[in-house]
Design a binder for this molecule. Structure first.
Ligand code: DAT
Ligand code: MG
Length: 138
């Protein structure tokens, strides 16, 4: 059954000119783009989005990075979208990512790793609702 997931092309990948290449990989992966917007976010907005990581040593740097420049927010849809996007993204640390994955091809470090993807149904629902209004998802 079709499932939705939430994804971000992170500021490093936008800065490096990889929006097109990453969208092509997502398209090739069979995902439908339900909604997409390029914008900058504040550090406060990043902190709210990553609240599950509050208190971890990388939290402040992560929120600084996510608010350092424009990014692309997306809602994607396909059968098994959540797991399939995680597979297409590759491991959090690009050094450990499988060849052909987005992080292997386009990410530089564990902190600046090109793409975000929801990790479960509940987090996907929270993340979609955090960034998109209902009228943007019709
Ligand atoms: P993922 O993005 O693969 O779901 P995560 O949810 O564990 O990974 O962490 C969220 C983001 O936080 C991750 O994409 C990059 C950053 N991060 C995680 N672990 C880190 C670390 N050890 N050092 C620096 N940044 C880290
Ligand atoms: Mg995560």
């Amino acid at each position: 059954m079709a499932q939705r997931t939430f994804s971000i092309i992170k500021p490093d990948a936008v800065r490096d000119g990889y929006i097109g290449a990453i969208l092509a990989a997502i398209d090739k992966g069979g995902f439908k783009i339900v909604s997409l917007k390029k914008q900058s976010i504040s550090k406060k907005q990043a902190e709210g989005f990553y609240a599950v990581h509050a208190g971890k040593p990388f939290f402040d740097g992560l929120c600084e990075f996510m608010s350092s420049g424009p990014l692309v927010l997306m809602v994607l849809e396909k059968d098994n979208a959540i797991a399939d996007l995680r597979k297409l993204m590759g491991a959090t640390n690009p050094a450990n990512a499988e060849p052909g994955t987005i992080r292997k091809q386009f990410a530089k470090s564990i902190g600046e790793n090109a793409i975000h993807g929801s990790d479960a149904e509940e987090t996907a629902a929270f993340e979609i609702g955090y960034w998109f209004a209902g009228y943007e998802l019709v």
